[in-house]
Each structure stands twice: as structure tokens, then as C-alpha cells.
Design a protein around this ligand. Structure first.
Ligand SMILES: O=C(O)CCC(=O)C(=O)O
Ligand SMILES: [Fe+2]
Length: 313
């Protein structure tokens, strides 16, 4: 049986005034993918191809440096997430090392000075990803039938957005997990993957590989959209399986929500339509802190991993 593909959506109608039918087609595909499994890919998204390629090459160069050099970019404790360079503890199911950054102006950032241009490129691609996140949020706002600019006004503080540049180590003879099956805890995630497979999405109970294609970005909806929409739109379940014999590099941009925001199913999808809320409300910072413990103190069984189900009614 052919592998069911993940849809690819052309975002160019959103950059061209007046292409209403192009916009409608794109929104129909996105709405269907989001209602089923929360995953799709985008092209003509506004992030320049040469910038994506340059960012990937510089990241590969950085991760080849010695641990000692990379650790010069590790953050001091106290940041809301471990900014800078880090490697997951040996007993973690996540087999990668990564560089995490907040918005370019954030005081928490500890960005490498080498390779030259890396810092500038990270900051530049971060700014592009923010714009892509805003376009996607606007499209999702429309797909959900919310009043114009509703999500934009609710999510009006960009200071908690963050981006992770990753290197996964090659699979061993006995073990190939890169990131175990999970959903993301933010609003919308954008992934740039190099030409090395590994990312898989769960679509109707089946694991589908997301084949890397030059110029394409992967988008997955995350937990906060699932809660706000009272499960009308799904937070995508996904994982990374490490290939044998080679590293895998990716950039993951987490379009996020500021921590003091209250999150609960919107009345549009609960009281106003006679449906019971499927989640109790929470402050986003509490959820992010609970999820952070999954990473810093990995539980011994997958059942103990903190997920959005914690708030389910
Ligand atoms: O590296 C990837 O392709 C995806 C990573 C991911 O799912 C995550 O960091 O949450
Ligand atoms: Fe993820």
C-alpha cells in the first residue's frame, strides 16, 4: 500500500492580495489536516531558501566542535528553559544535543561566537519563523471560525517563543529513538529538517515518515490550540527515529504563548455550542514548568511523562 502523504500547502496566496480562491483552497487543506492529526507541510512560506540552507550548514559546523567549545555557550541556571548549548542526560530517551534560543533581544540567550555568522543567521531565521508563525496563527484563526484577529490579540507577546537547533546521533545496533512519541506544548511548531529522514507523524494510528523536501517546512499544531479549540483541532503526535550511520540535523521553532496567559477551552467550542469543556484551565507557565521536568528529570516510564492529558476533565 502506498504511504499516505502529509499534505503540502502553498502559502503564496497569503502573500498576494486578492487571491481569495487560492487562500480558500489552502485553508480547506489545513482545516482538514488539523481536525484529523494536526500536521502539514508548507512551501512559499516566506523564509528564503538560501537562509535555510546557510542556517543548516552553520549548525552542522557548530555541532562538530569539541564538547568543551560547545559548552562555552551553555546558560547559567535560572532561565525559564535551558538556553544555549545542552546535551540530554545519558539516561534520557532523547538522543540529541541542541542549542536553544529565545527571541534575538532576550537577555537569556547564550549564542556561540563561532562559526562566524552563526549568531547573525540564527537571529535572522528566528525573525522569519516568527512571521511564518503569525501567518499560520492567522490562518488557523480563520479555519476555526474565530473572530478576526482573536488569536493574534490573545497571543500578543512574543517573548516566550523559542527555537532549538538539534543534532541527533546515529542509531546504534540496539537503539534508534531520537525523541520519543510526544505532542508539543506550545501553540504552533515549525520544523526545518535537513535531507535526512527520521521525523514521523502519527496519522490515524499509523506512523508516517515526513520525507524531507528542499524548501519545505513542516508544521505541527501543538497542545494549546488543542485546548483552546476544545479538541476540534489536534495536537500532532510525532517522534524522531534516528537513522543508522549518520547524524540528523533540524531546526525547531516553537511559536509560543507568554507564561502568564490563562488557557482553557474557548466558549466558541464549549458553552456557546453546548459542548462540555474537555480541559480545566491553567496558566501556561505552570504547564511549561511541568513539561520541563520531563526533560531535566526524565521519568522511568513513558506513562509518567507530563502531557496535556493532565488537565483533561
Ligand atoms: O527534530 C525534529 O525533526 C522534531 C523535533 C521535535 O519534535 C521537538 O523538538 O519537539
Ligand atoms: Fe515535537
Amino acid at each position: 500500500m502506498p504511504t499516505p502523504a502529509i499534505p503540502t500547502v502553498d502559502l503564496s496566496p497569503f502573500f498576494t492580495a486578492g487571491d481569495e480562491s487560492g487562500r480558500k483552497n489552502a485553508k480547506d487543506v489545513i482545516a482538514e489536516a488539523c481536525a484529523d492529526y494536526g500536521f502539514f507541510q508548507i512551501v512559499n512560506h516566506g523564509v528564503p531558501l538560501d537562509l535555510m540552507n546557510k542556517a543548516m550548514e552553520l549548525s552542522k559546523t557548530f555541532f562538530k566542535y569539541s564538547d568543551e567549545v560547545k559548552r562555552e555557550s551553555s546558560s547559567s541556571p535560572g532561565a525559564p528553559l535551558p538556553a544555549g548549548y545542552n546535551k540530554h542526560p545519558d539516561h534520557s530517551p532523547d538522543k540529541s544535543e541542541y542549542l536553544l534560543m529565545f527571541p534575538p533581544e532576550s537577555p537569556y540567550n547564550v549564542l556561540p561566537t563561532n562559526p562566524p555568522d552563526f549568531r547573525k543567521t540564527l537571529e535572522e531565521i528566528f525573525r522569519y519563523f516568527v512571521k511564518t508563525g503569525q501567518i499560520l496563527e492567522d490562518i488557523i484563526n480563520e479555519c476555526l471560525g474565530l473572530p478576526p484577529n482573536f488569536l493574534k490579540e490573545y497571543n500578543n507577546d512574543r517573548s516566550w517563543d523559542f527555537m532549538v537547533t538539534l543534532r541527533y546521533f546515529p542509531a546504534t545496533e540496539t537503539e534508534n529513538n531520537g525523541i520519543a512519541e510526544h505532542e508539543d506544548g506550545n501553540m504552533i511548531t515549525i520544523v526545518l529538517q535537513e535531507d535526512v529522514e527520521g521525523l514521523e507523524v502519527c496519522k490515524n494510528g499509523e506512523w508516517i515518515p515526513v520525507i524531507p523536501t528542499e524548501g519545505t517546512l513542516v508544521v505541527n499544531l501543538s497542545d494549546l490550540i488543542q485546548v483552546l479549540s476544545n479538541k476540534k483541532f489536534k495536537s500532532a503526535t510525532h517522534r524522531v527515529v534516528r537513522p543508522k550511520g549518520r547524524n540528523r540535523h533540524s531546526y525547531v521553532f516553537f511559536y509560543n504563548l507568554q507564561g502568564d496567559k490563562w488557557v482553557e477551552p474557548l466558549p466558541n467550542f464549549s458553552s456557546e455550542v453546548g459542548v462540555k469543556p474537555k480541559y480545566r484551565g491553567f496558566y501556561y507557565k505552570d504547564y511549561q514548568a511541568l513539561r520541563m521536568r520531563n526533560k531535566t528529570h526524565p521519568p522511568s516510564t513513558p506513562e509518567e511523562i507530563m502531557r496535556i492529558g493532565h488537565y483533561e476533565i
